[in-house]
Ligand binder design. Structure first.
Ligand code: HEM
Ligand code: HEM
Length: 174
């Protein structure tokens, strides 16, 4: 078995990181840009966020085609279980976040465009639901920073301290 993730998984993994950074960056920037640009920056947030959803779904499909490559030297069992739980947590959180974002707009009765196409209103606007869903979206987004941070720190721990091939397995190469 290869000692790396499949090339498609590696490309999709790092592309997801890029889109996640752009999604967060758009929201962090929205109050610093001239007011006239705010709608554009918000719409970029919605579209970058939607691309994270699509990428995570594609990754779930692609991972069914490839076995996860083993780590060398092998992980202790608790590390193996911990990594598995964390990876599933990443899938769940970064699939939920875009869905909650879309619901926030829908319950707010707000129009937005997906890749330039107007998204139709598909639920009855409801201010109470909007507030609830928006709070969950924003709280989960803040938790997301810590989840990604812990995930990246774990990768660095494996590479520099445990000196195994966890990170190299996710890096492009021959
Ligand atoms: C990976 C995906 C996403 C992440 C990480 C993310 C993250 C965030 C963050 C950090 C905020 C600001 C929180 C705050 O100010 O405390 C936010 C707000 C928001 N997001 Fe997302 N988001 C994602 C996807 C989406 C999507 C797909 C949509 C809608 C299509 C969306 C709609 C919204 C809305 C409506 C707000 C509130 C904006 C406002 O204050 O007016 N998000 N999101
Ligand atoms: C600096 C940022 C990041 C680094 C250094 C990093 C590193 C890695 C490494 C080394 C692996 C392989 C781990 C293993 O097989 O045990 C991995 C897997 C994974 N990463 Fe990341 N990652 C980063 C960001 C992200 C982001 C932003 C997401 C998603 C939002 C993500 C989601 C995942 C998932 C779901 C897996 C498991 C892949 C699978 O088996 O399907 N990563 N990452």
């Amino acid at each position: 078995m290869s000692n790396r993730y499949a090339r498609s998984q590696i490309v999709l993994h790092w592309l997801t990181l890029l889109m996640v950074i752009l999604t967060y960056a758009a929201m962090l920037l929205k109050d610093s840009v001239p007011e006239a640009w705010a709608p554009l920056v918000k719409n970029l947030h919605f579209n970058f966020g939607a691309s994270v959803f699509a990428l995570m779904l594609i990754r779930l499909a692609v991972r069914t085609l490839h076995a996860t490559p083993p780590t060398t030297p092998p992980l202790e069992e608790w590390q193996e279980v911990g990594a598995k739980i964390f990876h599933w947590l990443l899938y769940v959180v970064f699939l939920m976040l875009p869905l909650l974002g879309v619901l926030t707009l829908a319950y707010g009765g707000k129009s937005w465009t997906l890749l330039g196409w107007p998204v139709p209103q598909w639920v009855t606007p409801d201010p109470v639901m909007r507030k609830l869903v928006k709070t969950v979206h924003e709280t989960l987004a803040n938790i997301g920073y810590f989840i990604i941070g812990a995930h990246a720190l774990a990768a660095l721990y494996h590479h520099y301290l445990r000196k195994d091939d966890t990170l190299r397995r996710m890096m492009p190469g021959k």
